[in-house]
Design a protein around this ligand. Sequence first.
Ligand code: URA
Length: 230
Amino acid sequence: MTNISINSYIKFLKNIGIYSFLQDQPNNYFNKNKNKGLNTIEEIKSIKDLKSYIKNSEICNLKKTAINTVVGDGNENANIMLIGEAPGAEEDKNGKPFVGAAGILLNRMLNAIDLKREDIYITNIIPWRPPNNRTPTNDEILQCLPFVQKIIEIVKPNLILLLGATSAKAILNSNLSIAKLRGEWHEYQSINHKEKINCLVTYHPAFLLRSPNYKKESWKDLQEFQRNFQ
Ligand code: URA
């Protein structure tokens, strides 16, 4: 195919509503990894097995430059889940999500609505740090999406707080800005998790560190979130 015909084919796919199948190669999530004796992602039932599955996955090139695979942390029986974007430098070093500067602010935000880290399960859309903390590409998000979908399926939270644009885009399958998605509840559902889960979108704590003016808006989101779990 020439560049022009590829472009018009992509335009055609977008016009008929297909946004998610633009990779050259299929994602072989269902292939058994016989060498390592791992289950297929379909068969996995626990976060422990999922962590080992993701650690051994070769689906996304971000793994090659990361030190650690950062899957998630907190209470695996929690009713509340928080989903961020991807590990930063501190998280990559420690192997745990939200332990750096953004994590410190996040802990304060949680305290303000009477939540502790032990009360929630916290994860990211991408389990590997993108080089220089760049925003993950759409392909990387699509490659890693089955991981976070599986985490949701295992933990089964009642409420999800989506931190930032990447998280909102991936979980709500929407390209709308945070400004448009904030302030109302959205529903998450997947093929393997048919029960709808209420999701609220708010600013990412790393963004709030750079733009403290938005903290007032973020406080409104947190209060709305709190009203629904009390
Ligand atoms: N930012 C995120 O989105 N996730 C982390 O774990 C740390 C920083």
